[in-house]
Design a protein. Structure first.
Length: 289
């Protein structure tokens, strides 16, 4: 008896065998840790089951981190998305598109820590840029470009832009170029073609890009520590979760903070995905051909 026949007799088919490992993988690596952390957040060391959340929202030093993190993540997300659209529109017309995209992926492969180390070398008080500015006479003292808000912003842009660009390029490449050509034949200018043809078709894809870029920026940790001021303007919520877990050894409080991080991200993502229907209702793009 063949293996396929045995599987059919037991009510299994090839599709089930392919889907089942994926379901187990998702449950093991995503669903179970989330449920475990959620339950752990309601089992504080002291007090009732909401003690961790009450502690977080009763201490300005803790709940202010939500605002500080949003103050970093939102501008970075918007900047990366706004920059990626014109670059993607230009790159899709180039013949050496693969070479350029490969070069832009390099910051992703280096990782956040390596990029931070490079920025410390180039932009630090004794870095190459400050040495050049002092030698030329443009500045009388080293310009402070790291260990502040702007150092973290720059690091997130360098790390996040390639990711945002590649997503945007995939959506831009999926739009039928004949639509834009038809607009040009009807007398529409480049700006009109962008806002009336390309942007509405890109809106669903840009909403997903904004959501993924926001999640990437909101969970910032290494950049905020290495290039920011962890006790000041870059005291992001992930630092508070780390301190609760590995300095105070309060894993229940750390789980509660992680749940709050997830909650803020879910709210922003739902808002973005809901707002895209206000711009365009229909398929994410019109395929070529």
């Amino acid at each position: 008896m063949s293996l396929r026949r045995r599987l059919r007799e037991r009510g299994l088919d090839a599709v089930t065998l392919l889907v089942l490992p994926g379901v187990v993988f998702v449950l093991a690596l995503f669903i179970y840790p989330f449920l475990y952390g959620l339950v752990l957040s309601f089992t504080p060391k002291e007090g009732g089951w909401l003690a961790n959340y009450q502690k977080f929202f009763s201490d300005p030093f803790l709940y202010d981190t939500i605002y500080l993190t949003l103050q970093i993540a939102v501008p970075v997300t918007l900047l990366n998305t706004v920059l990626s659209v014109p670059v993607a529109l230009r790159v899709r017309l180039l013949k050496r598109q693969r070479l350029l995209t490969t070069i832009l992926v390099i910051p992703i492969t280096l990782g956040t820590v390596m990029v931070a180390e490079g920025l410390l070398t180039y932009l630090g008080p004794r870095g190459w840029l400050n040495r050049f500015l002092l030698e030329v006479g443009i500045a009388d003292s080293p310009v402070r470009l790291i260990h502040n808000y702007w150092g973290v912003m720059l690091s997130l842009v360098i790390n996040g832009f390639p990711f945002t660009f590649l997503l945007t390029l995939s959506y831009v490449s999926g739009i039928d170029p004949s639509l834009e050509q038809a607009g040009a034949m009807l007398g529409a200018r480049a700006r009109q073609r962008f806002f009336r043809i390309l942007l509405p078709l890109l809106a669903p894809g840009l909403a997903i890009t904004l959501a993924l870029s926001f999640v990437q920026a909101f969970t910032v940790f290494p950049s905020a520590v290495l290039l920011g001021a962890p006790a000041g303007p870059t005291r992001v919520i992930s630092i508070v979760a780390y301190q609760a877990a590995f300095e105070q050894y309060d894993y229940s409080l750390a789980s509660a903070i992680a749940m709050l991080m997830a909650g803020v991200q879910v709210i922003i993502i739902v808002a973005l995905l809901g707002a895209r229907t206000l711009v365009f209702r229909g398929p994410a793009s019109t395929g070529k051909g």
